[in-house]
Ligand binder design. Structure first.
Ligand code: NAD
Ligand code: IPM
Ligand code: MN
Length: 356
């Protein structure tokens, strides 16, 4: 089993090192090869996703990814910015289905910014379409306006679009996932305003005919953002487009205590996957040794389960994470009074120890 390890920038390198340590400790004979990606790859090779890195990723059974980006690259032409690396990997590998499970572990109920009773026992799954929508729609760019409020003025534009097969396949992923859970799907859209999302709603409704055992609810994205903090446990599976899913998953991360707790899996139709925390490179805390590595470690568990068929090893990691939380170990982002503050490395070491 070959794993491409792409740490990236900022805290990416710190958190991936801990996840690799945990994988090594499992003694699974994994073949791990690292490569530069994002700003680090731009600095070394002049491109955020060098041909060699893409090749390594394509040939691997799975990819363990950290994060990319730093403010210092924000002035570069867009194709050279670090973020293009993750977008390019998603597109090149066809990773259209992004799973972002928001689970509030018992020990972290107090770490959430919400009242304990709202988040205790929370277990929802956000399924975000990852290769379409306004993220990839063409045309896009800058031009002189010929109409609108200010003809003749400079303007910028992007294109929001979804084709029927793109919506159908992500809807099936969501209904299939719900079948293994509490059999409820909430499809989040903006059908009251946008053509793209009226179409989304219609297609999801059509696909639902094949899943009579699963309940389907439609919700506008603004209401969904509100319901997520009002009654998060009323959701089971949320399925939505690329941009709404990006925003709602960061919101949902706070229900679990911290964005440092939210893992993710991005899969294609061959179940090849890229595994990464849902958060970014956190330049504000990079290099300080205080980033929470658990989202990445939990992403490694998802990798073992989804792409490598190592269910038992995945369980071992998840149990170990629960154990260290029960021991009261906390990186600063999930710290509360009466618990013990630890560094990124100490947290990784503790998970390794808790594997038994
Ligand atoms: P971010 O997720 O990096 O950080 C947001 C806030 O959360 C920061 O205060 C940060 O310190 C905190 N945080 C994030 N992860 C944490 C962790 N593991 N432990 C403790 N605290 C954590 O988002 P941002 O600041 O908006 O973006 C920073 C850079 O990351 C940008 O360049 C952005 O484009 C990029 N980004 C990359 C990815 C990715 O590689 N998939 C995802 C999101 C953002
Ligand atoms: C994420 C990130 C990315 C996204 C950026 C870095 C391109 O925010 O993985 O959630 O918007 O998809
Ligand atoms: Mn995001």
């Amino acid at each position: 089993m070959k794993i491409a390890v792409l740490p990236g920038d900022g805290i990416g390198t710190e958190i991936v090192a801990e996840a690799v340590k945990v994988l090594d400790a499992l003694d699974l004979n994994l073949e791990m090869e690292s490569a530069l990606v994002g700003g680090a790859a731009f600095d070394a090779h002049g491109h955020p996703l060098p041909e060699s890195t893409l090749k390594l990723a394509k040939e691997a059974d799975a990819i363990l990814f950290g994060a990319v980006g730093d403010w210092k690259y924000d002035k570069l032409d867009r194709p050279l910015r670090p973020e293009q690396a993750i977008l390019g990997l998603r597109k090149s590998l066809g990773l259209f289905a992004n799973f972002r499970p928001a689970i509030c572990y018992e020990q972290l109920v107090g770490a959430s910014s919400l009242k304990p009773e709202l988040v205790a026992g929370l277990d929802i799954l956000i399924i975000r379409e990852l290769t379409g929508d306004i993220y990839f729609g063409q045309p896009r760019g800058k031009r002189t306006a010929v109409d609108g409020h200010f003809p003749g003025a400079e303007e910028a534009f992007d294109t929001m679009r979804y084709s029927k097969p793109e919506i159908e396949r992500i809807a099936r992923v969501a209904f299939d996932a719900a079948r293994k859970r509490n059999k409820k799907v909430t499809s989040v859209d903006k059908a009251n305003v946008l053509e793209t999302f009226q179409f989304w709603k219609d297609v999801v409704t059509e696909v639902h005919k094949d899943y009579p055992d699963v309940e389907l609810q439609h919700m506008y994205v603004d209401n969904a953002a509100m319901q997520l903090v009002k009654a998060p446990k009323s959701f089971d599976v949320i399925v939505t487009g690329n941009m709404f899913g990006d925003i709602l998953s960061d919101e949902a991360s706070m229900l679990t205590g911290s964005i440092g707790m939210l893992p993710s899996a991005s899969l294609n139709d061959r179940k090849q996957g890229l595994y990464e925390p849902s958060h970014g490179s956190a330049p504000d805390i990079a290099g300080k040794g205080i980033a929470n590595p658990l989202a990445t470690i939990l992403s490694a568990a998802m990798m073992l389960r989804f792409s490598l068929g190592q269910e038992a090893a995945a369980d071992r990691i998840e149990d170990a994470v629960k154990k260290v939380l029960a021991q009261g170990l906390r990186t600063p982002d999930i710290y509360s009074e009466g618990t013990t503050k630890v560094s990124t490395r100490e947290m990784g070491d503790a998970v390794v120890k808790a594997l038994g």
